[in-house]
Write a protein that binds this ligand. Sequence first.
Ligand SMILES: [Zn+2]
Ligand SMILES: [Zn+2]
Length: 389
Amino acid sequence: MTTLSSTLQEMSTGLQEQLVSMRRELHRHPELSGEEHETTARIRAWLTEAGVPLRELNLTTGVLAEIQGGRPGPTILLRADIDALPVQEETGLPFASEIPGRMHACGHDFHTTSMIGAAALLQKHASTLAGNVRILFQPAEETASGAKTVIAAGALEGVSAVFGMHNKPELPVGTVGLRVGPLMASVDRFIVRVKGVGGHAGIPEATVDPIVVSSAIVGALQTLVSRNTSPHHAAVVSVCRLQVGSSWNVIPESGEMEGTVRTFQREARANLPEQMRRVVENVAAGYGAEAELEWIGMLPAVNNDAAAIELTDRVARSQGLQVVEAVSTMGGEDFALYQEQVPGAFLWMGTGGTEQWHHPKFTLNEDALSISAALFAEVAIEALQAYAK
Ligand SMILES: [Zn+2]
Ligand SMILES: [Zn+2]
């Protein structure tokens, strides 16, 4: 029996060789966040070759395509990210990065190519679609700035649901990881500035030592998770930079620390800045110093909609893929910003690698390219029906 799943899978397998060559070309020419000019030109050329109409995004990098269905209906968005990292590649692959200190070490070349494949498949089905499928190739995911920019440029206007993925080295090819609710953490940044009184190392009584105060603050911040956050909620507070003092015999005047807070639940994320401010200011006051907290809110958690996950689960199984419960991570993703506005699903796509994301020896199994292309094409088609008004 010929089903939509089997048709798409067969067509996608026919694209596999082309997808591998696209992915390798992207892999050889990685570009950093916001600098994806050649990548943008390549994506535009490939989509145009496949007959996929482009929409103007009026941004310097990134591409928006839209497959116009033959009948009216909702608009579904598929999203890939396109940027690479400041990593020196050490895979030794014949198609390794040709640019020193730059690497597609997070596999965004895989995401991009998969969605080009999905676009090509959908374009071939365009006349039968009831609604439009928009495909977004988003720049600057690694700097958590791209989604914000493309949303401001109107990429989400009129969209009913959004779908996206990240490759997952731990999962074998042919496996997808799905989870309802939080999958990736919110990401926020904080800076603490401590002001003491500097002086002679041998005359501490005339000083307010910002090293001692900073140390006490770092210690006290550890209690925000253990004592202020519900044990049913997940949170991380990490101080990642602490700079104070520059000499062996001078007590410095001030210090500065910086770090990140990660949470899954809105409630935890909402409460932590105030709890942190209280600890920072009052611990410092206890030592006769002053300290201030600067909170830089960045991204909410990737939070998967139940219906969108259910739809993806059904399509994945119909294509013979193995579905497993996705293990969530405290890493962040700016896909979360789309999900704040429209329901969506973000999934793990099994790519069977040996190294984690961002590792200089990160690799993935390219067999997953046509699998992802077929999956997202059918997810989009099913979503056009599910989100029809
Ligand atoms: Zn990454
Ligand atoms: Zn990534």
